[in-house]
Write a protein that binds this ligand. Structure first.
Ligand SMILES: Nc1ncnc2c1ncn2[C@@H]1O[C@H](COP(=O)(O)OP(=O)(O)O)[C@@H](O)[C@H]1O
Ligand SMILES: [Mg+2]
Length: 142
């Protein structure tokens, strides 16, 4: 799924995310871009719903990375949820094993991934969320 979508609520954003997620699998790495409160985590919640692990989801703003045990079409898929907001240097990021997570047989979803251009070419999908008013978001998927 690619294109521009207008969402009028958090629930609608999750619905777009669910449609998007049905085309994802192990080996994909999704970069999520957007200001604080734009809906990156909400979008990831929709992805986690498709993989049946939304109950495990929590915002990794303080923990940097969370791992969820998900599944799609009967196959287990490990999801790595990163939030790079608080990271400042590539060195710090490297120390988390980020490189291995992006190249392994996992589904990686990365909030604030665009902060580290070194990894730009490792993402298979980009999702950008723009605040378009109270309750409204523009979602661009490439
Ligand atoms: N259309 C929308 N899509 C996504 N979130 C929305 C929308 N409208 C309002 N919100 C609210 O905006 C906030 C988004 O938070 P979050 O997903 O944590 O943002 P981020 O991870 O980008 O900082 C939530 O409180 C959510 O309820
Ligand atoms: Mg977030």
């Amino acid at each position: 799924m690619r294109g521009e979508f207008l969402s009028g609520s958090a629930a609608e954003t999750r619905e777009y995310a669910r449609r998007f997620a049905s085309g994802l699998g192990a080996g994909d790495a999704v970069c999520l871009t957007g200001s604080l409160g734009a809906g990156k985590t909400e979008f990831i919640r929709g992805i986690a719903e498709v993989f049946g692990c939304e109950d495990q989801l929590s915002s990794p703003t303080f923990s940097l990375m969370n791992i969820y045990e998900g599944a799609l079409r009967g196959r287990p898929v490990e999801i790595h949820h990163f939030d790079l907001y608080r990271l400042e240097t590539e060195k710090e990021l490297e120390a988390t094993g980020f490189d291995e997570y992006l190249s392994g047989p996992f589904l990686s979803v990365v909030e604030w991934g665009e902060k580290f251009p070194l990894y730009e070419n490792r993402y298979t999908r980009h999702v950008t969320l723009f605040i378009a008013g109270e309750g409204a978001r523009k979602i661009v998927i490439t």
